[in-house]
Design a protein around this ligand. Structure first.
Ligand code: NAD
Length: 313
């Protein structure tokens, strides 16, 4: 059985990937500094995985983490546009220098493939919808720049060093284990958390901004396909559902599903936020065989149920 490294495996996306790999019987190592991730996200898998505490900014530690590994899922990063606006240097150091360290170590260890968590934020505010991979990126925040530079490094490592890489541009992934409590949390866990606590959801801007919300199972499915698909080294793929939902619609939908009637509170828009986003997923469908498995409403149902259950523990 192949040996996998998941960087950022204590985080939201990483922990679901680790779970899927363990379910397949794979050997899994997690590398994480637990800055935004939590060991409790993978505590139920503790006996089946190797958890290495370490920082992507330390090349020696990354070399050690990659030793003996066949495939890497590189999820480790300092996520969020707002975090990068608050501290662009830290986002740059983790997301760009950390990714470069990972690629150098993967090259040296002759890893078979690195699958990189890229971001739809690379597209910025361009008017064209849906976003196709043929469009020229226009990152509109420090975070978006860092994620885009990471995918450029992936492509260049394939071209220059022959290290196989695949970059997946995630479009607003959501699901169980996404942290609802930080000021930098994503909108879906924040809304569910607010409704569960009897408070109003807070909307930044007029709420007419829209996103292609993508349930976590779809992102996991895409990663597993990207790891083993033939002839895709050096490529970039959009991973979304190809649907667009406004934040106002989302707040209503979650309120209805949770049977709560609380009017949103509107505050000023966040700097660096993009207005609309929707993935063109044809390339991933064609070359990876990717097809969203769980649509928005079903994903919200799973996510709400998980938060409700956790609240009742
Ligand atoms: N969730 C989304 O909607 C989304 C969208 C686009 C891209 N992404 C990308 O997907 C990946 C996973 O995001 P997530 O939502 O699971 O976020 P997350 O914060 O839950 O996970 C990131 C993980 O990286 C770890 N990490 C951070 N800095 C590190 C460092 N210096 N060394 C080692 N580990 C470090 C964190 O502790 C955390 O466990 C990230 O690369 C993110 O940029 C996520």
């Amino acid at each position: 059985m192949a040996h996998y490294l998941v960087t950022g495996g204590c985080g939201f996306v990483g922990s679901h990937l680790v779970e899927a790999l363990v379910q397949k019987g794979a050997r899994v190592r997690v590398f994480d500094n637990r800055s935004t991730g939590k060991a409790e996200n993978i505590a139920h898998l503790k006996a089946e995985i190797e958890l290495v505490d370490g920082d992507l900014r330390e090349l020696d530690a990354v070399h050690q983490a990659v030793a003996g590994v066949d495939y890497v899922f590189h999820q480790g990063a300092r996520p969020s546009v707002a975090r990068s606006v608050a501290d662009p240097i830290l986002s740059n150091n983790v997301n760009i220098n950390g990714t470069l360290n990972l690629l150098v170590a993967a090259r040296d260890a002759e890893v078979k493939r690195v699958v990189y968590a890229a971001s739809s934020s690379a597209y910025g505010n361009m008017p064209t919808l849906p976003r196709s991979e043929t469009l020229s990126p226009q990152p509109a925040s420090p975070y978006a720049i860092t994620k885009y530079v990471g995918e450029c490094y992936c492509r260049v490592f394939t071209q220059v060093f022959g290290l196989e890489t695949v970059a997946l541009r995630y479009f607003n992934i959501f699901g169980p284990r996404q942290d609802p409590t930080s000021q930098y949390s994503a909108v879906i866990p924040k809304f569910i958390h607010a409704y569960l606590n009897g408070s109003a959801p807070i909307i930044e801007g007029d709420g007419e901004q829209s996103r292609d919300f993508t349930y976590i199972a779809n992102a996991v499915h895409a990663n597993l396909l990207a790891c083993h698909a033939e002839g895709v080294a050096g490529e970039v793929f959009n991973i979304g559902c190809g649907q667009q939902t406004s934040i106002n619609t989302l707040a209503n939908l979650i309120g209805e599903m949770m049977q709560v009637d609380a009017k949103p509170v509107y505050i000023s828009a966040r700097p660096g936020d993009v207005r609309h986003s929707r993935a063109d997923i044809q390339k991933a469908q064609r070359l990876l065989g990717y097809k969203p498995k769980v649509e928005l409403k079903a994903g919200l149902r799973h996510t709400i149920d998980w938060f409700v259950q956790r609240c009742n523990l």
